[in-house]
Design a protein around this ligand. Structure first.
Ligand code: HEM
Length: 423
């Protein structure tokens, strides 16, 4: 079979034209008690999850919900860490908590290796990616990222108010990862749709979700075809040619990893840049200090990552068990909140405050354990350059209208509308 036919066939399977698995009824609507009925898809959580998490940490550190077919929410750093490190009892076969659980036999590979993979496969799938994301490899992206940030600000063209989430933050990771994968820069707006469908469309009926996901896989298939016909120096060609255990990667592995890099690479960093600018727009003392002391930026951005950690992941319980007093059942979800862990006063002094010169800061924003973020050097570079260029060009800015700020819903949290008044 020709290599592109093999890709086409495997893609139809990967995107789940006839998905197996377990579906649960969709339950939405206000939460009466977050300890017994939590839902990270409600507007209250999107607007401000921290008071909810702080309250739970005090009175019910492992909360439960019957929604999504049943799940648990640990809010203490120690519990989040214990689960992240325990791949014996918690599986990554799905890391997005929704009403759909993929069948158990997708483990240990899952739909988007390595994030969906369990040991022992995980190690090998992850190792393939590491060379592309070293500090040295990332440094090569820095000049183009800096130039992009300047061009985005040039395009503000003297406007008094700009949407920093839409017109600045989102474009930076989109263009960088599109460049690394070898996708046309003009395709950026489509990526936004793919990201929203994957991460925010979790309460859609499963069939509709699958239809929308197909658009992503069709796009990736077209890119794979193009790269098979015109190989070039980028991550897509690398994945098509990569080998594991003496064989080329399965087409579903290539596509799943491309989807992961696209999704993981965009929404996360977009959120981190937006949340940092949101903070600086509200706290003039921090903004003025950072504008005057750019050398503090690497320390400050770790604090922004700790305090506004954008990423929450999920796990599935492998077998019925008692875990730290919780009566967990096989296939219960765990909503693994790195943001809640990062604000645990048992782990961080002045946990609820943003301390931009915090010296010791072993935060969990990039995860903990074997799945710790492969793209952390890239994310840090993008965040540092985005803030550095912004502050050097626009040292003074405030929220134009706090009531207009909107935040994404679901497991990746960051501003999606952020009108800032410049000057
Ligand atoms: C501020 C931005 C980012 C944050 C906060 C972040 C956070 C995370 C977290 C918490 C995990 C752990 C997942 C788990 O435990 O299930 C993770 C994994 C991962 N991230 Fe990131 N990420 C960011 C940016 C990026 C970028 C830019 C890329 C690359 C394009 C990337 C690629 C990945 C990959 C491939 C994994 C899976 C690693 C594995 O399973 O071994 N991330 N990220």
């Amino acid at each position: 079979m020709a290599v592109d036919e093999r890709f086409a066939r495997d893609f139809r399977e990967a995107r789940g034209d006839e998905p197996e698995g377990t579906r649960n009824e969709i339950v939405t609507g206000p939460v009466a008690d977050w300890a017994t009925d939590f839902s990270h898809t409600e507007p209250e959580w999107a607007a401000d999850p921290y008071p909810i998490q702080d309250d739970l940490r005090q009175r019910c550190p492992i909360a439960h919900t019957p929604r999504f077919g049943g799940g648990w929410l640990p809010t203490r750093y120690a519990d989040v860490a214990a689960i992240a490190y325990d791949t014996e009892r918690f599986s990554s076969r799905s890391i997005i908590m929704s009403n759909f659980r993929p069948p158990r036999d997708v483990a240990p590979i899952g739909g988007s290796p390595p994030i969906s993979s369990d040991p022992p496969f995980h190690h090998d799938a992850r190792k393939l990616l590491l060379p592309a994301f070293t500090k040295k490899a990332v440094a090569r992206q820095e000049p183009a990222t800096r130039a992009l940030c300047h061009s985005l600000i040039d395009a503000f063209d003297g406007q008094g108010v700009v949407d920093a989430a839409r017109d600045y933050a989102q474009h930076i990771p989109m263009r960088v990862i599109a460049g690394m994968l070898g996708f046309p820069p003009a395709d950026g707006p489509q990526f936004r749709q793919f990201v929203e469908n994957t991460l925010e469309g979790i309460n859609l009926p499963p069939d509709e979700r699958i239809t929308r996901m197909s658009a992503l896989f069709d796009y990736l298939l077209a890119q794979i075809h193009d790269h098979i016909d015109n190989p070039r120096e980028d991550l897509t060609t690398f994945l098509i040619n990569a080998e594991l255990y003496g064989r080329k990667l399965e087409p579903s592995h290539v596509a799943g990893t491309m989807a992961l890099l696209l999704i993981a690479g965009i929404d996360t960093t977009w959120s981190a840049i937006g949340a940092s600018l949101w903070h600086l727009a509200r706290v003039p003392a921090d903004r003025e200090r950072l504008a005057a002391e750019p050398a503090l930026l690497p320390t400050a951005l770790e604090e922004f990552l700790r305090a506004y950690a954008p990423v929450t992941m999920a796990r599935l319980v492998k077998q019925d068990m008692q875990w730290h007093g919780a009566d967990m059942k096989a296939d219960d979800w765990i909503l693994l909140s790195f943001p809640a862990a990062n604000r645990d006063p048992a782990q961080f002094e002045r946990a609820a405050e943003v301390v931009i010169d915090r010296q010791v800061n072993r935060h969990a924003a990039f995860g903990l354990g074997i799945h710790r973020c492969v793209g952390s050097h890239l994310a840090r570079m993008e965040l540092r350059v985005a803030l550095d260029v912004w502050l050097s060009r626009i040292p003074a800015f405030t929220l134009a209208d706090p009531s207009m700020v909107t935040w994404s819903t679901g497991q990746i949290r960051g501003p999606r509308t952020l009108p800032l008044r410049l000057g």
